[in-house]
Each structure stands twice: as structure tokens, then as C-alpha cells.
Write a new protein. Structure first.
Length: 217
């Protein structure tokens, strides 16, 4: 009977993680759209999601502690719940970074963009994919999916390098582009960090399944 209750709460934990992931995905999507369309209202809406993400983190943390303290989990369960606690820290930070992107989008909405945005939306799409797949990997206990997320981080890193080189060229062509170029570079840096946090999540998924950290082989 105790095991049945524990399994119910684990299922609830999975559902809450999926909900938190959906909030983050929406926030990133809104921030990216706000940037591309220079839409102030969308940017402000993206920022409001950060509060919901923070609350979801607290709710999941409370459930995890309840599972750890009351149910006396076996080693495998302990890994699962411990990994979830680590994951929500990275997820909360992703929420913060989506809000940071939206805040810069508010600044950029006031002047014409120095170039059509191509690689930044691609970065956003890649980062969202990593976040979604890392959480799915946890819920499905899919080791290969988690490993694929870790490898996919190279795609985000390569896009960051491309954006950086593009922006350097724009500054060289006209120093007046400098301020906006730095804002766009900061946005790209936030997306790179989102990719890093998604990688961290995937690494905790690997630990929850195998009992080993990725760098332990």
C-alpha cells in the first residue's frame, strides 16, 4: 500500500515537471517572438511566466522532500527524486534567462533591428528542443534520449559562434551598430546558457537511470 502511494506521487512529480517544462518553453517562445516582431506586450507577457516557473519549482521541491522524508525510498527511487531536485534548479534558471531575453527584447523594440534575425530564432528552437527532450527523457527513463540532448548542445554552441562572428562583422562595418550588436550577443549568450542548463538536466537524467555521473563513464 505504501509503495502504491509512492508510485502515485512519483507520477505526480513527472506531471509537475512536464508542466514546469511547458511554462519554460512558452516563456522562451514568447521572448523569441517578441524579439523578432519587436512586440513590447509579448515581451512583458514572457516575463510574467518567470513567477509561475518559480512557484512550480517550490511546489516540486515540496513534493520531492515529502517523498524523501515520508516514504523511505530505495536507492533507485532516491536517485530519481534527488535528480528531480537538481533538475528544477536548472529549470528555474532557464526561466530566469528567458525573462532576461524578454527584458532585452523590450529595449530592442524601440529601434529598428540592425539585421534580420535568422540564427537567434534557430538557437531558440534548438534550446527549446533540448529542454523538452531532457524532461521527456526523465519521465520516460530514456537513457539514449538524455545522451542525445547532451550531444545536441554542440549545435547550440556552433550557432552562438556564428552569431558572434556575424555581429563582429556588423560592428566593423559600422560602429553605430555596436550597442545593439552587444544586446543581441547577450541574448545569444542567454540561449547558450539555456542549452547548458538543459545539458545539466540530461546529465541528471543519466544519473537517475544509471547511478553514474556522465563524467564517470
Amino acid at each position: 500500500m505504501m509503495r502504491g502511494r509512492f508510485d502515485e506521487q512519483l507520477a505526480q512529480l513527472n506531471d509537475m515537471l512536464i508542466e514546469m517544462g511547458a511554462l519554460i518553453e512558452t516563456s522562451i517562445a514568447l521572448a523569441t517572438q517578441a524579439l523578432r516582431e519587436q512586440d513590447l506586450e509579448l515581451a512583458k507577457k514572457a516575463i510574467t511566466y518567470d513567477l509561475e516557473v518559480d512557484q512550480k519549482e517550490k511546489d516540486i521541491e515540496a513534493l520531492c522532500l515529502k517523498l524523501l522524508l515520508r516514504q523511505q525510498p530505495i536507492a533507485k527511487d532516491l536517485r530519481l527524486v534527488s535528480a528531480a531536485l537538481k533538475m528544477i534548479t536548472d529549470m528555474e534558471r532557464i526561466g530566469d534567462q528567458a525573462a532576461d531575453i524578454a527584458e532585452i527584447a523590450i529595449i530592442l523594440a524601440k529601434t529598428p533591428l540592425i539585421k534580420k534575425l535568422v540564427h537567434i530564432p534557430q538557437m531558440a528552437e534548438a534550446a527549446v528542443r533540448m529542454v523538452t527532450d531532457s524532461i521527456d527523457a526523465f519521465v520516460k527513463k530514456d537513457l539514449e534520449m538524455a545522451k542525445a540532448v547532451i550531444e545536441y548542445d554542440d549545435v547550440v554552441d556552433d550557432l552562438f559562434d556564428t552569431i558572434k562572428l556575424d555581429l563582429i562583422e556588423l560592428i566593423r562595418a559600422d560602429s553605430a551598430n555596436g550597442t545593439q550588436a552587444l544586446d543581441l550577443l547577450m541574448i545569444a549568450k542567454y540561449f547558450e546558457r539555456i542549452g547548458d542548463h538543459a545539458t545539466n538536466i540530461a546529465e541528471w537524467v543519466v544519473f537517475s537511470i544509471t547511478g553514474k555521473h556522465v563524467n564517470e563513464g
